[in-house]
Ligand binder design. Structure first.
Ligand code: NAD
Length: 495
């Protein structure tokens, strides 16, 4: 087991007692409390982070408010744009350290976290471009008299960002990118299982010239620091990615001062494979649509609907592909899947192995923890359940592990009905060579992100919103940035 060899431990961890990052300074919790974060590949403590509570959130929100009202409010669009380009440069130069931190803290293979560089840099560049792009408009009106009507945009103020552990490196940028592009400020509460990348990024932003207090990080538990942020009367907008259960709590907590909210929540996304699909692409594509990041992706295509005439062949090829996947030490070259993030997540995923079998699904491969050298880590073998019914718990509940459910169907109409028979609507895909089938599916699937003959690709310039209980508010694209802005209408009497 080569995880966390001392030679590649980043400098940031040479002091493993991490504090909050507030107003450009490292600050301990006012109670002095901390919590431990673990390396999921070894089960060993990696670092401690400050355990934030209400009073720490109060301090961070006050710092964010001061920054919002202060010099940051006088930055011109071009100054914010130029600053974001400098930020991009600093992140690019320090990217390897950030990728290492993510791998150590949440377990994704280093090959995966390093491969995120291109997407991350393009995301920051996209938001930088938006700093120069948003504007109001002049609108012809039908008023009687000499009136000019126009709209102005203005930053909403202090953003509360609550992020998950499954992709810390990129999750925080959906918040920071929007905040920096619009002149908002933010307090970010990263997930307690993986806070390190967010803390280091906040420090790097100050090095790049972002004024102190613009981006603050309070670490801690969701029901303490997270709940305090969601309810805080000094926070104007909440951006949240995580579970649907927590999303509901955030909606309730935010009611006090009518916060704007953007939520990206859970999913149980359908991945539909028709008999005419190119199986050389569909099998690995659908498999990695579930297994990537060890299944810890909100839009993972966990329900693989397969046309009955190819079910046997598809499952046999899926099992063969699954056998070829290398799961293990995230630092080992060639490893495709690392551990799950935590013991809690491991227990949750393993519980679904027995639930699937008890409900009558056939386990075609997997279902076990990895043994030997990896036994101390939270490793689960990629798993295929075959002959799953859409009403089974493994097809209805978000497992958040490398567990695929193959569900047979006969007609396109049946595939659509089953695909949409879920409380979620985050992602979905179709594999077909027939353009009419493709068209029927992309119009019919009730989900925010759709893929045709591919799975999981994303670009910051392309917006989506979850259907049903997968959340609300547009994420990505110019409308994402609009979410950080108020719109004012102005009527000018020209007489
Ligand atoms: P979670 O929703 O509990 O946590 C996400 C974030 O919300 C974390 O920062 C957490 O500290 C915070 N949080 C928790 N309770 C809160 C509260 N009451 N008020 C404010 N913030 C709170 O998710 P999790 O525990 O990390 O994972 C549980 C399940 O959520 C997973 O098994 C998976 O199904 C789902 N999940 C979805 C996504 C996604 O991208 N949609 C990401 C992570 C987890």
């Amino acid at each position: 087991m080569t995880a966390t060899p001392s030679a590649i431990r980043p400098d940031f961890l040479s002091n493993p007692e991490k504090l909050h990052f507030i107003d450009g300074q490292w600050q301990p919790s006012l109670t002095g409390e901390s919590l431990q974060t673990f390396n999921p590949a070894t089960g060993k403590v990696l670092a401690t982070v400050a355990r934030g509570r209400q009073q720490d959130v109060d301090v961070a929100v006050a710092a964010a408010r001061r920054a919002f009202e202060g010099s940051w409010s006088r930055f011109t669009p071009h100054e914010r744009y130029a600053l974001m380009l400098r930020v991009c440069d600093v992140i690019e130069r320090n990217f390897d350290e950030l990728a290492l931190l993510d791998t150590l803290d949440m377990g994704a293979p280093l090959s995966r976290t390093k491969a995120m560089k291109d997407g991350l840099i393009k995301t920051i560049m996209y938001f930088a471009s938006q700093a120069m792009s948003w504007s109001g408009s002049t609108i012809p009106n039908s008023l009687s008299g000499n009136y000019t009507t126009l709209t102005l945009k203005a930053p909403v103020g202090v953003i509360g960002g609550i992020t998950p552990w499954n992709a810390p490196l990129i999750s925080m940028w959906w918040i920071m990118g929007g905040a920096l592009a619009t002149g908002c400020t933010a307090v970010i509460k990263p997930a307690e299982d993986a806070s390190l990348t967010t803390l280091r990024t906040a420090e790097l932003l100050v090095e790049a010239g972002v004024p102190a207090g613009v981006i603050n990080v309070v670490t801690g538990y969701g029901n303490e620091a997270g709940a305090a942020l969601a309810a805080h009367m000094g926070v104007d907008r909440i951006a949240f990615t995580g579970s649907t259960v927590t999303g509901r709590e955030i909606i309730k907590a935010s009611a006090g001062n009518m916060k704007r909210i953007q939520l990206e929540l859970g999913g149980k996304s359908p991945d539909i494979v028709f008999a005419d699909a190119n199986l050389d692409k569909a099998v690995p594509g659908a498999a990695m649509g579930v297994y990537n990041n060890s299944g810890q992706i909100c839009s993972a295509g966990t329900r693989i609907f397969v046309q009955r005439s190819i079910q046997e062949e598809f499952v046999s090829r899926l099992v063969d592909f699954t056998k070829s996947i290398k799961t293990g030490d995230p630092f080992e070259p060639g490893v495709q899947l690392g551990p799950l993030v935590s013991k809690r997540q491991l227990d949750r995923v393993m519980s679904y192995m027995s639930i699937g079998v008890e409900d009558g699904a056939r386990m075609a491969i997997g279902g076990n923890r990895l043994e030997g050298e990896l036994a101390e880590g939270y490793f689960v073998a990629p798993t295929v359940f075959d002959s799953v019914r859409n009403d089974m718990r493994i097809a209805r509940e978000e497992i958040f592990g490398p567990v695929a459910s193959v569900i047979p169907f006969d007609t396109a109409e049946e595939a659509l009905r089953l695909a949409n028979d879920t409380e979620y609507g985050l992602g979905g895909a179709v594999w077909t060579t027939n353009v009419s089938t493709m068209s029927k599916m992309i119009h019919g699937i009730k989900a925010g992100k759709l893929w045709v003959n591919c799975y999981g690709l994303a670009d910051a310039a392309v917006g989506f919103s979850g259907y049903k209980q997968s959340g609300y508010g547009i994420k990505g694209g110019a409308q994402h940035v609009e979410g950080f802005l108020y719109e004012k209408s102005v009527c000018i009497n020209g007489d």
